[in-house]
Design a binder for this molecule. Structure first.
Ligand code: ADP
Ligand code: MG
Length: 295
């Protein structure tokens, strides 16, 4: 099958692993930068050009949408869907996952465990809002951060106030979230493929860091998830509508708390920590999904 990876750079770890494993499985793997795709809308319907020529129609698309040019990349995925090309993750689902507020709204509305989170525009009584979140301290999160950027630990009222003022003055919104101290700089990342957990790791941030992202120096260790964590991860991916998802959860005495659902999870840390072949399984999932959709 001709499989197209939408990725900013072919040299990225996950992108090159997908190519390598896809080729071993006998697929033809192409990489195209979504920001270099020209989307054509005309009387003959949607078409896509790249590198000055019309793009050959792939059998399946694997979107790897990062934080740069997200809206554009999501539009490229939508264009493929409108052309009838099967995509591993749909544009609507990627859009929901990319937006931390939308993601939490959906998870909470399905009754899934999320940290107490607030968003407000003119909080009259910051002390009361912070108390609702069991703080201070509280966590502040930009709506579109990734890899730990845009996640802020605010120790006291005045630091919360100064961050809020800065963000609002830029015309942005920000989430206020309960700081879950018992997670102690650790979290759990589960890779959910086609409705099951394929692999999971516990990540531990460097000393003094509350964020456990691999890109911030977090170290992963392979684990087998307990049933409540497995169920939560699968339900979270399904709620957002993703066929392939990286679900981040905190471990608490009351069980899992879901932080977010990633639509393009990296597997460098995961493959290293667990020894699983996540790239091969992701390509397989993409090919299965494509065959299922064509039927
Ligand atoms: P990102 O998209 O940047 O990865 P996350 O919501 O996953 O954003 O947060 C990054 C990391 O920060 C998490 O993996 C976790 O280690 C830590 N973290 C995030 N929210 C909380 C919280 N409410 N309480 C404690 N730790 C948190
Ligand atoms: Mg995360």
């Amino acid at each position: 099958m001709r499989i197209l990876i939408l990725s900013r750079k072919r040299s990225l770890y996950s992108t090159s692993r997908l190519r390598e494993e896809g080729e071993k499985l006998g697929h033809r793997m192409d990489v195209v930068d979504p920001l270099r795709c020209v989307l054509h809308m005309g009387p003959d319907g949607p078409a896509i050009h790249a590198g000055g020529r019309s793009l050959p129609r792939p059998g399946a698309v694997i979107p790897r949408v990062g934080s740069m040019g997200t809206d554009y990349s999501v539009a490229v995925v939508r264009h493929f869907e409108l052309m009838g090309v099967p995509v591993l993750n749909g544009s609507d689902a990627i859009g929901r996952a990319k937006h931390k507020l939308a993601c939490l709204q959906i998870l909470a509305s399905r009754g899934l465990p999320v940290p107490d989170t607030l968003i407000a525009r003119y909080p009259k009584d910051l002390d009361r809002l912070m108390k609702l979140l069991g703080g201070p301290p509280v966590i502040l999160k930009l709506l579109r951060g990734t890899q730990g950027t845009g996640v802020i630990f605010a120790e006291n009222r005045s630091s919360v106030e100064s961050v809020l003022e800065t963000i609002w003055s830029l015309g942005e919104d920000i989430l206020l979230q309960r700081f879950i101290a018992e997670s102690k700089g650790k979290d759990v990342r589960a890779l959910v493929l086609d409705g099951r957990v394929f692999a999971a790791m516990r990540r531990t941030g460097p000393p003094g860091e509350f964020r456990s992202n691999i890109h911030r120096g977090g170290v992963g260790e392979g684990i087998t998830l307990g049933k409540p964590y497995e169920r939560a991860a699968i339900a979270a991916a399904r709620a957002i509508g993703l066929n392939a998802a990286g679900v981040d959860m905190l471990e608490t005495a009351d069980g899992p708390v879901i932080l977010e659902v990633n639509a393009s999870p990296g597997f460098e840390g995961l493959e290293e920590a667990t020894g699983v072949n996540a790239a091969r399984e992701l390509v397989r999932t993409a090919a299965h999904t494509a065959r299922r959709k064509r039927r």
